[in-house]
Design a protein around this ligand. Structure first.
Ligand code: NAD
Ligand code: UDP
Length: 332
């Protein structure tokens, strides 16, 4: 039996495939390569010494997806495929709804037709909106989306709940990620977006390599310990391991939701200083105005994942910063 990983050549997907292969699982990847490249498949093999099948397929193309299901014995799906740039989604809402929402519906239709009813879905802490408390517990429920990207995640969670309500033989796990950073310890895979990055760590990486001149820290006048925003940064390998645990839980039908974060908040300045210290590098940065839509502080309450999945994040920001640079200095 194989596990289908949509978006498996992407940042989180590739790290998850590595952990699946290490656990002797059979893996089939589908990815349209819109934000990744095929050489990731070779890199996964280089790390694990194991092979996985790869199909260059867009999940919105039902015919291609059906072929993948017909050619493989797929019993569960981890669904990463989607567009993820918050800022871009404001300018391209239709593309985001089409790719993320329609893409997921097509995937679910094909799964249903194939009798495969086990799914792990990549959701996000953004579904909480602005709940008025920095510690996000699953009981808070979904809030109001602050971007079309966030709206697609909220909509997909609702679709999955509706689907389960209509047929409770499905087993669905919705994983709400906090801020994934870091890279595989080998330095072979990591996050290397094209163009100018939006997210903090890829931006820091490009300042460190000299590709970008200076990091702008968006605001130092927040009501936080040093005035900069606080987030819950989680090592991508810890996040990948959360998927392995969530898959194990798919034995029993139901719909589950889990925060995947460390439970610890770190400020932008702490990340910058830690990156400098562990890598012995000086980063050029300046304080810039606040970025529209940013919340001052939020972090996960990860206790539900610990209690029910037996999962907890192990790696701290030192390892995250060291592994990010170990990857970025080679990827330049
Ligand atoms: P990524 O862009 O690196 O990976 C996504 C992969 O999906 C890419 O390889 C891309 O080519 C592929 N893809 C996109 N649309 C597709 C389609 N229609 N058909 C087939 N493949 C398609 O992103 P990531 O950081 O690995 O994120 C993975 C998932 O996790 C996304 O759904 C994202 O929204 C979610 N997520 C990410 C973060 C984060 O900070 N990275 C946080 C919360 C949630
Ligand atoms: N940030 C920053 N400069 C950048 C990118 C991000 O100061 O060039 C800050 C941003 O304001 C936020 C934190 O870093 O407080 C994390 O931002 P990111 O976009 O990585 O993730 P988000 O939490 O917004 O999804």
């Amino acid at each position: 039996m194989a596990i289908l990983v949509t978006g498996g050549t992407g940042y989180i997907g590739s790290h998850t495939v590595v952990e699946l292969l290490k656990n002797n699982k059979e893996v089939v990847i589908v990815d349209n390569l819109s934000n990744s490249s095929k050489d990731i498949v070779d890199k996964i093999e280089q790390i694990t010494g194991k092979k996985c099948k790869f199909y260059e397929v867009d999940i919105r193309d039902a015919e291609d997806l059906i072929k993948v299901f017909n050619e493989n014995e797929i019993d569960s799906v981890i669904h990463f495929a989607g567009l993820k740039a918050v800022g871009e989604s404001v300018y391209k809402p239709l593309e985001y709804y089409d790719n993320n929402v329609i893409g997921t519906i097509k995937l679910l239709e094909v799964m249903k037709a194939s009798g495969c009813k086990k799914l792990v879905f990549s959701s996000s802490a953004t579904v909480y909106g602005d709940p008025g408390t920095p510690k996000y517990t699953e009981e808070l429920g979904r809030g109001k989306a602050s971007s079309p990207y966030g709206a697609t995640k909220i909509t997909i969670e609702e679709i999955l709940e509706n689907l389960y309500a209509s047929d409770n033989t499905w087993t669905i796990s919705m994983l709400r990620y906090f801020n994934p950073i870091g890279a595989h310890e080998s330095g072979i895979i990591g996050e290397n977006p094209n163009g100018i990055p939006n997210n903090l760590m890829p931006y820091i990486q490009k300042v460190a390599t000299g590709e970008l001149k200076e990091l702008s820290i968006f605001g130092d006048d927040y009501d936080t310990k040093d005035g900069t925003c606080i987030r819950d940064y989680i090592h991508v390998v810890d996040l990948a391991l959360g998927h392995i645990k969530a898959l194990e839980k798919l034995e029993k039908p139901g719909i589950y939701v889990y925060n995947l974060g460390t439970g610890k908040g770190h400020s932008v300045l702490e990340i910058v200083k830690t990156f400098e210290k562990v890598n012995n590098i000086k980063l050029n940065y300046k304080i810039a105005p606040r970025r529209a839509g940013d919340l001052a502080e939020f972090f996960a309450d990860p206790s539900k994942a610990k209690k029910e999945l037996g999962w907890e994040a192990k790696k701290g920001i030192e390892e995250m910063c060291r592994d990010s640079w170990n990857f970025a200095k080679n990827a330049k």
